[in-house]
Design a protein around this ligand. Structure first.
Ligand code: DC
Length: 232
């Protein structure tokens, strides 16, 4: 078994929505000086680009039907994922789309892109391409340790109680100016968990050699220290 991909050490961080993966990944990135790739951000960028190209539909379901009937190639969406030092920047054409990919309309539609095998292969090849000329990389998502970098010895799965995940999501939405009730957020998180866990390819699963970390009772700094201690 190779220890790394193109001699790059890949820290794989998988877990459900709201488990703290992206915050832990960016803290790790600052601590180690390695780039952080947010794979969910790439699925979201492709979703937003598809919505601009074919329309968002009156509902997520209508978008799903439109998306499957139009059969758009991911390459034709003009999305570029650029690494600037350790930060990922997502472009559609020449536009840096920043936090627009986090809006609820994208969140409710991303499953149609994530369910599509051609799009998954496309995202996976982008993720693997980032290992070139890098000493180390931190990648967060759902299938990073199981599908994208199964040979990496540094696989972590973050878990958090559903109530804490809902509160984190509520705070995140509030910061973006969206007021939503905790009940509505919890039910959306449960729906997305179900979709993520039951996805035929690239679903949220635990790799056999994964290290489980429950982030409910730990500070995110503690989680980072735990991961760094495995590196040593
Ligand atoms: O991490 P996130 O919530 O931004 O991810 C958005 C969606 O993308 C999520 O609902 C599932 C999907 N996703 C995936 O299928 N595989 C990944 N490696 C990352 C995200």
């Amino acid at each position: 078994m190779s220890l790394s991909f193109h001699s790059c050490i890949v820290i794989c961080l998988d877990g459900p929505a709201g488990s703290g993966k992206s915050t832990v990944a960016s803290l790790l990135s600052s601590r180690l000086g390695w780039p952080h790739i947010d794979s969910g951000g790439i699925y979201r960028t492709l979703t937003l680009a598809s919505m601009s190209k074919i329309g968002k539909g009156k509902s997520a379901e209508e978008f799903g039907e439109l998306f499957s009937s139009k059969k758009i190639k991911p390459e034709s969406l003009d999305c570029k994922i650029i690494m600037q030092k350790t930060n990922q920047i997502n472009y559609i054409g020449s536009r840096d789309i920043k936090s627009e990919i986090r809006i609820p309309d994208v969140t409710s539609r991303v499953r149609y892109i994530a369910d599509n095998h051609e799009y998954r292969d496309y995202v996976n090849s982008i993720l693997r391409s980032f290992t070139k000329n890098q000493k180390g990389l931190i990648v967060d998502g759902r299938d990073i340790g199981t599908v994208v970098f199964p040979d990496s010895p540094m696989k972590f799965f973050l878990e958090t109680s559903p109530s804490i995940r809902s509160i984190r999501r509520k705070n995140e939405l509030q910061e973006m100016g969206c007021e939503t009730s905790l009940k509505e957020i919890t039910s959306k998180i449960e729906k997305r968990d179900h979709e993520d866990r039951t996805r035929e390819v690239g679903g949220l699963r635990k790799a056999k050699d994964v290290v489980m970390i429950d982030t409910s009772e730990l500070t995110l700094d503690d989680v980072v220290s735990r991961i760094v201690s495995h590196l040593k």
